[in-house]
Design a protein around this ligand. Structure first.
Ligand SMILES: [Zn+2]
Length: 355
């Protein structure tokens, strides 16, 4: 207990709170900018069992904010690397590494095992899935998000409180950029990730003086350091938390507004059952193409010829760099293709990833 002496001294934690921490479990979805600081503090505080689910590998451009990883970890699996780091920090706790993507299947398998789910993801789709699954399996989850210099955090599905879909029933129709696209300072991710870890610790310790961020959205503008807390009402007609758990089908986002326009190479390579369509022109295709892709040039789409035989399937479009395929996504959606995305970075990103 010497390890935890400084927090046990706090009357709000004490020996009782420490025992609760040691017998509790947290699953962190994503070991990136939010997950890194959150996981370090949860492990240091002695949360007895910590799960990490992440399918990604460490990239050099992650190191600026993903403080779990050393330079030597570049190219390695995040789940494994972070588990090693956390075990080195605190060998007395159990760390489970899941090198896989969060989807309805993995959520069904993993969520019931843990007490609390901590969101370390950077996109709406994953947050919707976490929310739906958390409500279905009766788990509180701790939300965090950053956009530029703005950060926010909240706690959903806590003791009958609102869920994320009470706040956002559908995905915003405007595409929202993630960190990789919009840019971020690591310290801002740190503020939010640490706030999430603190919420988890407070929920577990359960002292009455802790006012958990349930029904409240905490926001900080780190340019001015102004913070505010907005109240979130529980929506009695919420599409998720007003339903019977058995009736909830966790999904990434409603297909109606499911306007995630881009998908990463890594994510596509972890996928099965999709149609990959190359929207470049014939002469580009002749110089090289992705195995299994189908050629359907943008010029043909613009001329009004849609890939009708793939209607209803999950379609991923790609071009050379990812720009023309975005245009093609818009056109296909306008023609009623519901599930269509653009491969981020296009053919060049695909080749780069293979190396
Ligand atoms: Zn709800």
């Amino acid at each position: 207990m010497n390890r935890y002496d400084r927090q046990i001294r706090l009357p709000e934690i004490g020996r009782e709170g420490q025992e609760k921490l040691l017998t509790s479990s947290v699953l962190c979805v994503g070991a990136g900018g939010l997950g890194s600081p959150a996981l370090l503090y949860l492990a240091a505080a002695g949360v007895g069992r910590i799960g990490i689910i992440d399918f990604d590998r460490v990239d050099e451009s992650n190191l600026q904010r993903q403080i779990l990883y050393s330079n030597a970890a570049v190219g390695q699996l995040k789940a494994t690397q972070s588990a090693d780091r956390l075990s080195a920090l605190n060998p007395a706790i159990q760390i489970d590494a899941y090198n896989e993507e969060l989807n309805a299947e993995s959520a069904a398998r993993l969520f019931p095992v843990y007490d609390i789910i901590l969101d370390g993801t950077d996109n709406f789709e994953a947050k919707f899935l976490i929310n739906d699954a958390a409500v279905k399996y009766g788990k509180t989850w701790i939300y965090g998000a950053i956009q530029g210099f703005d950060g926010q955090a909240s706690v959903f599905n806590y003791k009958g409180g609102p869920c994320y879909r009470c706040l956002y029933p559908e995905k915003p129709s405007q595409p929202v950029m993630n960190c990789a696209e919009a840019g971020v300072i690591g310290a801002v991710a740190g503020i939010v990730g640490v706030t999430q870890a603190l919420q988890a610790i407070q929920i577990i310790a359960g002292h009455p003086s802790f006012e958990i961020l349930s029904g409240r959205l905490w926001r900080v503008d780190t340019r001015t350091m102004h913070t505010q807390i907005l109240n979130i009402q529980k929506n009695r007609a919420c599409v998720i938390c007003s339903r019977e758990p058995n009736a909830i089908v966790p999904q990434y986002a409603s297909p109606v507004c499911g306007a995630v326009s881009e998908i990463s190479v890594r994510r596509v390579k972890n996928k099965v059952n999709y149609v990959l369509i190359d929207v470049r022109e014939q002469e580009e295709w002749d110089k090289g193409s992705i195995k299994g892709a189908i050629l359907w040039p943008l010029s043909k789409i613009i001329a009004g010829h849609m890939p009708e035989s793939y209607r209803g399937e999950e379609i991923i479009l790609h071009c050379q760099k990812g720009k023309r395929s975005m245009q093609a996504v818009d056109i296909l959606r306008a023609h009623g293709f519901a599930d269509v995305k653009s491969l981020s970075g296009g053919y060049e990103a695909w080749l780069e990833d293979a190396q």
